[in-house]
Design a protein around this ligand. Structure first.
Ligand SMILES: [Zn+2]
Length: 173
């Protein structure tokens, strides 16, 4: 029953949305629509439900996702959460798909990225996306680094409304 895939399969960059349709056959197949600027990412829903998802990337036409990286290593922020149909909820980071409802763990970023994030943490709770912007990193890399730092006792996450906000762990000394 379950045909979920864990990877985006980049097929092509096209100018018109409809040109993408025949290219997307398998779950996770994707095409970028680029006309002057990036317009959207069209993908065959990676859970295998057969629907095509159109993810808006152009802030001029409403709520838009941010993209990072290139065709073969594409990241989207924030996560994609379908409100209708299959209700899929996933994170795309470096063309890898992490299923939120399966609690897939984000890969650990490189040690130097973890160090950069660590150096950026202060005594105030800051949203990880803010840290990512300051460091020009993909937010998922920062989020993963923050979790890594928590496991090492070097960072803390806020509670309830401040989830996703991180600060340096208080020294017990
Ligand atoms: Zn689906």
């Amino acid at each position: 029953m379950n045909k979920r895939v864990n990877r985006l399969a980049f097929k092509a960059q096209v100018e018109q949305r409809h040109e993408a349709n025949p290219l997307l056959k398998m779950p996770g197949d994707a095409a970028l629509v680029h006309r002057g600027v990036l317009r959207s990412l069209v993908m065959a829903c990676p859970d295998g439900c057969g629907e095509l998802l159109t993810i808006n990337l152009d802030a001029r036409s409403g709520k838009a996702w941010r993209t990072y990286g290139s065709h073969e290593e594409l990241s989207l922020f924030p996560s994609v959460w379908r409100q209708t149909g299959c209700k899929s909820h996933f994170i795309l980071w470096r063309s890898k798909i992490y299923w939120c409802d399966w609690d897939d763990e984000l890969d650990t970023p490189m040690a130097d990225v973890v160090e950069l994030v660590r150096g950026r943490l202060s005594n105030e709770l800051v949203p990880y996306v803010e840290i990512a912007d300051a460091l020009q990193l993909v937010p998922w890399a920062v989020l993963s680094a923050c979790y890594q730092l928590i496991r090492k006792g070097l960072a803390q996450e806020g509670k309830s409304d401040l989830r996703g906000h991180f600060r340096r762990a208080e020294s017990l000394g």
